[in-house]
Design a protein. Structure first.
Lengths: 58, 311
């Protein structure tokens, strides 16, 4: 087929180095963990505050 | 002249760099003093709500630290003490730090307002604003009174802690505010005495740079003489016990003795370094004793264990 004749082109854009990839992965994990903790915290706070979760006294 | 080099490549910043941007040591002091304000409040708080309030206050303090490092990157690069911070080291760009700090600031204030109460959230927002705009952007580069006035930001956390628990502000947290506020000048001036060259090189008008070491030593003693009686005030006002009172008198006496030594030191910085180190211990001791005092009181209280939800 004609597709077999197409040579793979070099990918456009920025290619991350090993160090940049590691750093990005570490940051992504940290963001994921933070978001997970927030979800759990918001859930527990909602349970604790009950129906009054939207009451915000001055 | 800017010393910051813009970096176009993808970031190599690790999680540790972002933690460093939040000034963990300052955060630990903030969380501790806020905890004391919260515990001293006459209204018991549900542990989950107390934890949430402290988390928001801590993250808010971290946001203020990051925004400070964003704006001060040029001076930080010129000072030995701060040259290793993430922006001068080229680990993160100023834009990334501004985004990080601003996001945390908004998130912490909104969360505190939604979950705890609006007054505590407003105080947290004011603290971040005061530290970043009033202190960092305006006063730090323009007056030797920078840390005197800017100290208000560092002194507010116990008031926020109290407000989180009670939804109001009273004389008790304001005395705690005054303790940290009056403690800040002798603490930072002791440091600036032996870092004066650093500050001069960075063009920061700290007192030793502008008014000289002798005047700074005199001011350290003056502020210490005002601070130490205020340190005893929680006992005199009746919301801390005799154990606190005795500790505050003894530690205050040590502070005055050190300040007198700093005042008399003609050359070298041995006394200034001791003063700087001991001042941290002094503040920690005062707040720890308040905590111990309240915990001991709660332990002997006949009724305990009722936690109303919310603020």
């Amino acid at each position: 087929m004609s597709e077999r004749n197409i040579e793979p082109k070099p990918e456009p854009g920025i290619r991350l180095t090993e160090q940049q990839q590691r750093a990005r992965r570490a940051r992504s994990i940290a963001i994921a963990v933070s978001l997970g903790v927030l979800v759990v915290l918001f859930y527990i706070v909602t349970l604790v505050k009950g129906p009054g979760v939207l009451e915000r006294p001055l | 002249m800017s010393v910051i080099v813009a970096r176009a490549e993808p970031s190599i910043a690790g999680v540790g760099d972002y933690i460093e941007l939040m000034k963990p040591r300052v955060m630990s002091l903030v969380v501790f003093t806020a905890l004391v304000g919260l515990v001293l409040a006459p209204v018991p708080m549900h542990p989950v709500m107390a934890f949430t309030a402290l988390l928001c206050i801590t993250v808010g303090a971290g946001a203020a630290g990051a925004l400070n490092m964003w704006y001060d990157a040029d001076i930080d690069a010129r000072m030995a003490r701060t040259a290793g911070r993430p922006i001068p080291r080229g680990r993160v760009t100023p834009g990334e730090v501004a985004g990080f700090g601003f996001t945390l600031a908004v998130f912490s204030v909104v969360s505190l307002g939604l979950f705890v109460n609006v007054l505590a959230a407003a105080l947290l927002a004011f603290t971040i604003f005061f530290y970043v705009v009033i202190y960092t952007i305006w006063l730090k580069r323009s007056t030797p009174q920078n840390i005197v006035i800017g100290g208000a930001a560092g002194a507010l956390p116990p008031v926020i802690g109290w407000a989180a628990a009670t939804g109001s502000v009273a004389i008790e947290p304001l005395v705690l505010f005054l303790i940290v506020f009056l403690w800040t000048p002798p603490h930072f001036w002791a440091l600036s005495l032996y870092r004066a060259d650093d500050y001069a090189r960075a063009g920061v008008p700290m007192l030793p740079v502008v008014a000289g070491a002798t005047e700074t030593r005199r001011q350290i003693l003056r502020y210490t003489l005002v601070l130490t009686p205020v340190g005893v005030a929680p006992w005199l006002l009746g919301y801390a016990g005799a154990v606190y009172g005795i500790a505050a008198v003894l530690a205050g006496g040590a502070m005055i003795a050190l300040a007198i030594r700093v005042r008399g030191e003609a050359r070298g910085h041995t006394a200034s370094k001791q003063m700087f180190g001991f001042s941290i211990l002094y503040l920690f001791l005062l707040f720890a004793m308040l905590l111990v005092d309240r915990m001991a009181g709660a332990l002997f209280a006949p009724l305990w264990g009722h936690f109303p939800t919310g603020a």
